[in-house]
Design a binder for this molecule. Sequence first.
Ligand code: BG6
Ligand code: MG
Length: 225
Amino acid sequence: MIQYPKAFIFDLDGVITDTAEYHYLAWKKLAESLGIMIDREFNEQLKGVSRIESLERILSLKPELLDMPVEEKEKLATKKNEHYKELINQVTPEDILPGIQKLLDDIKSHNIKIALGSASKNAEFVINRLGLKNYFDYIVDAAKIKKGKPDPETFTIAADYFGFEYRECIGVEDSAAGIEAINKAQMFSVGVGDRDHLSDADYLLSDTDDLNFDLIIEKYISNHK
Ligand code: BG6
Ligand code: MG
């Protein structure tokens, strides 16, 4: 008999919908207001990383800014979030990435639990705008996470909620920090993106459209032998 996994834990931004692009645009706008230029390659280091840590990484490009008071940093992080919120206000169910809805349906029809493991404090808002809230048995509250990705906490907290062993869970991610977090949790990692950044994924696909329930299960099972 097939030993199915007990839960899938999904990242949100860049996996379920392309809000990773919106985070990038919002950071770029903020960075430019500080005289800092960032590009997509640099942005790979921001994916999966918390708001304040992302700001620190951007400020480190202009080291003299790193010493500004904490309150100033908080103001900048809030400003980025305001740019970002303007963009996510436009999100609709049409923005669900290809292959995601079918995968969620297939997981549900096998009675496997689904959790959302996002670092974003806007995650629930985005999931509601996409009309996907009902698929999720548990949504990790990013505000309660003590150590963000690449620490495994975001993923282990979801498995602990269900009471499942970590090795019986699958994590799906588009960021290097996220894949590292899943691997550190001893879960099976599915990466969506390119090999340059996600080579540590147990199973790597270039596009969400390639996510296929049966193939993921096949890889997951052969990984457990
Ligand atoms: C992650 C994104 O999902 O959430 C990061 O990949 C983002 O880019 C992080 O910085 C925190 O998001 P928010 O919405 O709380 O600023
Ligand atoms: Mg992501």
